[in-house]
Write a protein that binds this ligand. Structure first.
Ligand code: PRT
Ligand code: ZN
Length: 285
């Protein structure tokens, strides 16, 4: 019987959302304590809990078949893995930052400067692409304190909210790359494992699609029904049912969350009433 092994982060910024994604995909884990391995009870899946930095190598070496990892790790060092899906969480950027009071006009600033980072590979490529000559000082943690203690003039590090930079008196001046959690796979999966992977990816995509869409119900005056239907076309077309009150219909459809506020305003202008917007759990299109 075929089984697929997925490596996810044991504890850290990606671990909770990686587990959550599996759960939302209908995968029940029978071992909640995250020792090393968990087995799904309703899908032929085994979960390996590892340090994020180790995941690409384990997947390349076939210890795990697939894995969830930050793109920054596979950007820093090439591994023999395929990236098959962006997962939409763990979003961050890799940026250059300098002391807040320094004047900054262009990336020329970095010529002759010393930059501390845990991502020398990505930084080196960037400097080369801009024909900049800077000294890279590789350190493994607390990069943000390097300028303050005189170890470097600037840093190149992961930024998400930016508060770490602010509290260390630094400002972000160049965004070099963007990253989010991605699904990676071994490059030589068997046919059986590819079938399981496809099933899993189908489930994950359905969850992702559901998250960016909302189910909408509203009461529409019949004289504006055509206009209202044009604004909320839905998956195929909206469901329209007559209300008990003459001259009114109930309209059910699906809309993108990102377009939500703009559409709601238009619907109100067209006389729509009793608008309900409901989250969707899964969406198969
Ligand atoms: O133990 P293990 O090795 O597994 O974990 P880790 O400590 O190496 O990684 P972890 O859990 O910190 O991060 C895992 C992944 O999350 C990273 O590889 C990124 O892909 C992603 N990610 C998203 C981040 C951040 N956001 C982030 N903000 N990783 C790190 N940070 C750090 C950053 O290094 C800096 O120190 O948070 C600080 C900046 O945060 P802000 O919000 O103050 O800007
Ligand atoms: Zn790590």
């Amino acid at each position: 019987m075929n089984k697929i092994k997925i490596a996810i982060q044991k504890s850290g910024r990606l671990s909770e959302q990686s587990t959550e994604l599996l759960k939302e995909s209908g995968i029940a884990l029978n071992n909640g304590d995250r020792r090393l391995i968990a087995v799904a009870s309703n899908f032929p899946l085994e979960i390996l809990y590892l340090r994020d930095d180790d995941i690409p190598q384990y997947v390349a070496d076939n210890v795990a078949d697939i894995g969830i990892v930050g793109e920054n790790i596979i950007m820093e060092k090439p591994f023999a893995v395929n990236t098959v899906l962006k997962l939409g969480f763990g979003k961050c950027r890799l940026s250059l930052a300098i002391p807040r009071n320094e004047e900054y006009i262009s990336s020329e600033y970095f010529n002759g400067k010393k930059i501390a980072t845990s991502y020398p590979g990505i930084l080196k490529k960037y400097l080369k692409s801009k024909s900049l000559n800077a000294e890279i000082h590789e350190i493994s943690g607390s990069v943000e304190i390097a300028p303050g203690i005189g170890l470097a003039d600037a840093i190149f590090d992961i930024v998400s909210s930016g508060s770490t930079l602010i509290s260390n008196g630094l400002k972000e001046v160049e965004v070099v790359a963007k990253s989010e959690a991605v699904m990676i796979t071994n490059q030589n999966l068997s046919k059986g494992k590819i079938d399981l992977l496809d099933k899993l990816l189908f489930r994950i995509r359905s969850v992702q699609t559901a998250k960016i869409n909302k189910y909408i119900l509203l009461n529409a005056p019949n004289h504006n029904l055509k206009e209202i239907i044009k604004i909320i076309p839905g998956m195929k077309s909206p469901t329209v049912m007559p209300l008990a009150e003459p001259g009114w219909s109930s309209v059910h459809s699906v809309l993108k969350e990102s377009e939500f506020w703009e559409i709601i305003d238009k619907l109100k202008d067209l006389g729509a009433q009793g608008i309900l917007v409901i989250p969707i759990e899964k969406m198969i299109i």
